[in-house]
Design a protein. Structure first.
Lengths: 396, 396
């Protein structure tokens, strides 16, 4: 049975094709159980085996050309109206479709800029190109990255409701972790405690378990993208975590920072408090700037400059990314204009996109301060999905 | 910590590069947690985030050029000796590497023929090609499909040990199923009983749960690639199953056949016994023929002809496929020279490949006889991983 969500997203896709004056969106793929094109997830729950074409037409037609052995499964699980099974080769039914509909442009599932729109493999591209040789369609192929960016970015009301719940449950687990954190426990023990809660409540994880949650305590931690270690929480440490759950297929992604008080301290050291305040304010500076039409790099630059102006090194990554079915969801990002971010820092922000805001800075001798909030873009600005961290969480 | 397995496979890869007179194998990829190139699994446990190049050089050098955020995780989890982190773009460190090593050919991770060797996306290909423009390296790119086929095929000692255990545990579950099978139970109940054992023991399944195990009882079953139904086991039925587990990342794939005795029978009917004997002998004929250098179609033909000569229709599929991390693992197969098998029946068999041997035949009015054994190719022949089924299993 196809889900309501995929039907909603197919309707959105047809609308987006019309806005972009593109007649056809084609996902060309095979053996998706081995390596699944992430753009399929928006419009299809099932997997395919042989060469397959999933065709969404601006005129409202949805057609899947699939291997005959996938037919009965697709009848049960796909949202596509027309299913065309083949036995020997996809070439003929595909050319028949294209000749019949004669699309002005074919948005194809590849992208230089966005990995989430880049599911077509090079081997499959060569196959497709050979099929299309000598037809006018070779000159009508364009990347579907804009369509996928809009489709993934524009969250429907039901998507936002699911993601709000994912954020709420993540913050609840952070709250419970606070009562577990104390001098003497290890990063690994904190992670295990949180994973226990995740499993008890039937949630998934937003990314791989080895790194979720990531727990970093003290001045000598491994840095981002590392799993929790046997490093022991000690007094005087800044401790931060990066953690997200998966709920009904959608991810959350939040970071929080704690400080472990020394015996003789009533308040955190000045350097720690300053680091926290600068980071907190940099998030405010960014979210004040975030609204439809603004470019992601401008939002990144606002936070980045604020941090540098206050005497810290700039963070070595983008300020924030979109969140959705995948934790680093595609299209526009709050990224600096660095080559590896391609065009994504230059794509205008749209209403109903959901972004993280996650700067970081280091406080020498104590550790790293990071907070990561999630916000949804509104008509005139943005609204926090997370209750933002306003104060260092102090462990006594 | 990198596993012994990936270190063994990297050593093999270097050997295979040398045999093929190719200086460099490059996996060029990004964001592997979202869509993971299946060829990575052979040589790397970790995931990468930004554009990454995993370089295995015929001279023994192994270098990973990765985003700086991935560095500490790769230090823990990767088998690559040299880790080169970058912040802004992979272009410079990649060109530096290529200029320094000046490889005669670069085997790249794309393939028209095999999806298991086709992890490079078209967007990533365009990016790479742009980086290489104006260098001699654009003309030295070749598909790595042959390297990956050899690497996946040639099992190391520890891979064989893991796969032996997967086979042993599968046969153990078949044994336990034997005491559950009786007239009156349904295909679905037998499958549920076996899945309970799989989960209790913490194994995965070799393929999707709906079809694993597949259970077929009696003369009117659905045929291959169908899940268990509410069909009831009855006296006089031949019952067969297709089933495999996943253990430490490796699959098993075995079939067994039972006969449900009638009240008045001391031995199975002659037609049933003859069907069983012919099938059993056809497996023997095939395994006698299987050794390094022989072509897969020759092995297939030996069993196929034996069955036809004994008065049965030929089976409508290949005799056997390789098994590994994926249940239908790539490269050479024991397949007939039919168009849909492409070049795979013509690839010479190599030592340490693991194959299934799985002919089938129909006994009218009783059902289907199938056995599927797993064998590993040795220096001079092959050795059974499964204890082959020598007798019909009789249910009284």
């Amino acid at each position: 049975m196809s889900s309501n969500l995929t039907l909603e997203k197919i309707d959105q896709a047809i609308q987006i094709l019309d806005e972009n004056n593109i007649d056809l969106w084609m996902i060309f793929t095979r053996e998706s159980a081995t390596m699944r094109d992430p753009s399929m997830d928006m419009v299809l729950d099932a997997n395919c085996t042989w060469h397959s074409a999933f065709l969404i037409n601006r005129n409202g037609d949805t057609t899947a050309i699939i291997g005959s052995l996938d037919l009965s499964n697709m009848q049960l699980q796909s949202s596509f109206k027309n299913l065309i099974p083949y036995v020997q080769s996809i070439k003929e039914p595909l050319l028949d479709y294209l000749n019949k509909h004669n699309p002005n442009k074919i948005a194809l599932n590849y992208s230089v800029n966005s990995n989430l729109a880049d599911g077509l493999t090079y081997g499959m591209f060569l196959t497709l190109f050979k099929y299309l040789e000598g037809t006018p369609f070779t000159d009508r192929l364009v990347s579907s990255e804009d369509i996928i960016a809009s489709l993934k970015g524009r969250k429907s009301a039901s998507e936002i409701a699911i993601m709000q719940k994912a954020v709420d449950e993540t913050l609840r687990i952070y709250d419970e972790a606070t009562s577990f954190i104390r001098p003497g426990v290890t990063e690994r023990e904190i992670a295990a405690f949180m994973l226990g809660l995740v499993k008890q409540r039937g949630f998934g994880l937003a990314w791989e378990e080895e790194l979720c949650p990531s727990v970093f305590t003290g001045p000598d931690t491994a840095g981002a993208h590392s799993g929790p270690t046997d490093r022991v929480v000690k007094k005087g440490h800044l401790l931060n975590m990066d953690f997200g759950i998966k709920y009904k297929g959608y991810c959350s992604d939040l970071q929080r920072t704690w400080y472990i008080m020394q015996d003789n301290e009533d308040v955190p050291p000045e350097s720690v408090q300053k680091g926290f305040d600068v980071l907190k304010n940099s998030i405010k500076v960014a979210s004040d700037k975030l609204k439809p039409g603004v470019l992601g790099w401008e939002v990144d630059a606002a936070a980045r400059n604020y941090i540098v102006e206050n005497g810290y090194e700039e963070f070595p990554h983008g300020l924030g990314h979109q969140v959705g079915k995948i934790v680093h969801d595609g299209g526009a990002g709050l990224f600096p204009r660095w080559e590896r971010y391609g065009t994504t820092p230059f794509l205008p922000i749209e209403q109903n996109q959901i972004f993280t805001i996650e700067p970081r800075l280091t406080v020498p001798e104590h550790g790293v301060v990071t907070m990561e909030e999630e916000v949804v873009v509104t008509e005139t600005g943005c609204r926090y999905l997370s209750v933002p961290q306003e104060k260092l969480i102090l462990i006594k």
